[in-house]
Design a protein around this ligand. Structure first.
Ligand SMILES: Nc1ncnc2c1ncn2[C@@H]1O[C@H](COP(=O)(O)OP(=O)(O)OP(=O)(O)O)[C@@H](O)[C@H]1O
Length: 205
C-alpha cells in the first residue's frame, strides 16, 4: 500500500494556499513537510486526512486508512488515561490499548484523570491514540510540541515501530523529530499563485 498524492490544491477559509503538490509515501516510509509559518502545512495535512475537500487533485487512499493527530489532542478530561484509550479502541475496533500505554510509557499514569496530566503527558496520550487506531497512515501535525527529549525519543520509536509494520507517516513540524531517515518535502515552491488581474471572479475570492 502506498499513499499517492497528485497535483493537490488546498484552501483555507476559501483562500487557495498551496497548489500542484504531488508526493508518494511508500509502505514503511515517513515524509516530513517543511515550510514557514502559514504556508499551509496544517491545511495540507487536513486535506490529505480527508477532513476537508481539496480544490483540485487527488489523494489516492481512502480516509479510512488515515489516523489524524492535530494540534488538539482530542482528550476527554474526565476520563482516565486508560479510559481515553479504551474509548478510541472501541471507536476503531482494536485491542491495542496496552501497546499504546507501553509505547508512550503511560502505564504509571493509566489511572490518572486525563484532565490532570501535564502538557507533555497530554501530548503523549494524544499520540498514543495513533497506536490504538491500528490505521496504516499516521498524519500528524507538530507531534512533538511540548515533548521533552525523552518523550521525543518515545515518539520516534513509536513511528519506527509503525513503519516496521508496513505503516506510513506524514508529518509537519518545525522541530527536530529524531527521525533522520524521514524524507523531507519543502512546500515553498507550491504556494498558490494570486488570481490573474483580469480574473474578475478571482478578484473577489
Ligand atoms: N479563515 C481563513 N481565511 C483566510 N486565510 C486563512 C484562514 N484561516 C487561516 N488562514 C491562512 O491560511 C494559511 C495556511 O494556514 P496553515 O495553518 O495551514 O499553515 P501552517 O503552515 O500549518 O502554519 P504553522 O507553521 O504556523 O502551523 C495561513 O497563512 C493562515 O493565515
Amino acid at each position: 500500500m502506498d499513499l499517492h498524492v497528485t497535483d493537490l490544491a488546498v484552501a483555507r477559509g476559501g483562500v487557495p494556499v498551496l497548489e500542484g503538490v504531488s508526493f508518494t509515501v511508500a509502505s514503511g516510509e515517513a515524509l516530513v513537510l517543511r515550510g514557514p509559518n502559514g504556508i499551509g502545512k496544517t491545511t495540507l495535512l487536513r486535506t490529505v486526512a480527508g477532513l476537508q475537500p481539496p480544490l483540485a487533485g487527488t489523494v489516492g487512499l481512502d480516509r479510512e486508512a488515515m489516523a489524524y493527530a492535530g494540534h488538539s489532542d482530542g482528550i476527554k478530561a474526565t476520563l482516565s488515561v486508560r479510559e481515553n484509550l479504551t474509548f478510541w479502541a472501541d471507536v476503531f475496533a482494536t485491542d491495542r490499548v496496552d501497546a499504546a500505554l507501553a509505547a508512550f510509557e503511560l502505564r504509571p499514569l493509566a489511572d490518572r484523570l486525563a484532565g490532570n496530566l501535564s502538557a507533555g503527558q497530554k501530548r503523549r496520550l494524544g499520540l498514543a491514540r495513533m497506536v490504538v487506531t491500528g490505521r496504516p497512515v499516521w498524519v500528524m501535525d507538530e507531534p512533538t510540541v511540548s515533548l521533552d527529549v525523552n518523550a521525543v525519543a518515545m515518539f520516534a520509536a513509536a513511528v519506527r515501530a509503525h513503519l516496521a509494520e508496513g505503516g506510513m507517516a506524514l508529518l509537519a513540524t518545525h522541530i527536530e523529530l529524531g527521525l533522520a531517515e524521514a524524507r523531507l518535502l519543502e512546500l515553498g515552491g507550491f504556494r498558490a499563485k494570486a488570481p490573474a488581474a483580469d480574473d474578475f471572479d478571482g478578484a473577489f475570492l
